[in-house]
Design a protein around this ligand. Structure first.
Ligand code: CO8
Length: 257
């Protein structure tokens, strides 16, 4: 499919989505949201892809939802069309989503980062929820996903003051998985994605499903869910291959990749 606001390509077994509105700091228009979700869904069902990387430019991953597009919206329009609910599609992607974040990840940009499973940040990355400065509040998980992942104190600080935090602070509070040199951002994120894409896909999908469940259910149900998935992993050829490869001291050749 031809996209106008993103680039969608493959690098080996990795699907790479690059946000491509550099002049607007990758501000997330509704078209861009649809294209990102469409591309991620295509990679999700593509048997040759094992993981998906989402990135922007060195200056901006995404500086938020497109303020120019939203400026004239009325309540009834936003409510009737359930503004930004389209992003829920990202929550249904089963393959790992890796955000490679350089520069600004603000507002909706930071919320998209929080939808991803692994966040690789360049040293120059800056995260924030500046909606309060526009007379609004976060609308796509900034008060919910962030509170669950980085806690109430840090979320309140970001959401109520609109300040930005740098990559080190974002790593310390748990939003960022790893910090890498700005010039190596994409290369390092792709290496992580390739490594994941080389493992058994059923194991990867189940592992992601189990971790996601931790944010949705009480501990006992989460533990039960994990155990069932763990039991089910013994029904795969890849479990046999992975364990016999370990015992035979060779590297595993997973079939279901
Ligand atoms: N929307 C539209 N255009 C933008 C946005 C944006 N969010 N951010 C930057 N731009 C545009 C600027 O208007 C400018 O365009 P032009 O050249 O035509 O004037 C161009 O990008 C370059 O920006 P700047 O000149 O401002 O560049 P600076 O380097 O001086 O500053 C900043 C960079 C700090 C990123 C600054 O542009 C900024 O503060 N941007 C707005 C950040 C913001 O408030 N984001 C929150 C938006 S609201 C939101 O995200 C609500 C989320 C609701 C859910 C959405 C789910 C996705």
């Amino acid at each position: 499919m031809a996209y106008e606001t993103i680039k969608s390509e493959t690098r080996g077994r990795v699907g790479l989505i690059t946000l491509n509105r550099p002049k607007a700091m990758n501000a997330l228009s509704q078209q861009m949201m649809r294209e990102i979700c469409q591309s991620a869904e295509e990679f999700d069902v593509d048997g040759k892809i094992g993981a998906i990387v989402l990135t922007g430019t060195e200056k901006a991953f995404a500086a938020g939802a497109d303020v120019k597009e939203m400026e004239t919206y009325e309540y009834s329009e936003a409510y009737i069309h359930d503004l930004w609910s389209g992003w829920d599609r990202m929550g249904r992607i089963r393959k790992p989503l890796i955000a490679a974040v350089g520069g600004y990840a603000l507002g909706g940009g930071c919320e998209v980062v929080a939808m991803c499973d692994i966040v690789v940040a360049a040293e120059n990355a800056k995260f924030g929820q500046p909606e309060i400065t526009l007379g609004i509040l976060p609308g796509m998980g900034g008060t919910q996903r962030l509170a669950r992942s980085i806690g109430k104190a840090k979320t309140m600080d970001l959401v109520l003051t609109g300040r930005m935090m740098d990559a080190k602070e974002a790593e310390a509070c748990g939003l960022v998985s790893r910090i890498v040199q700005t010039t190596n951002l994409l290369e390092d994120a792709l290496k992580i994605a390739e490594k994941i894409a080389d493992y058994s896909l059923p194991a990867v999908l189940a592992a992601k499903e189990a971790v996601v469940e931790a944010f949705e259910t009480p501990l006992q149900s989460g533990l039960k869910h994990e155990r069932r998935l763990f039991h089910a992993s013994f029904a795969t050829e890849d479990q046999k291959e992975g364990m016999s490869a370990f015992v035979q001291k060779r590297s595993a050749q997973f079939k279901n990749r």
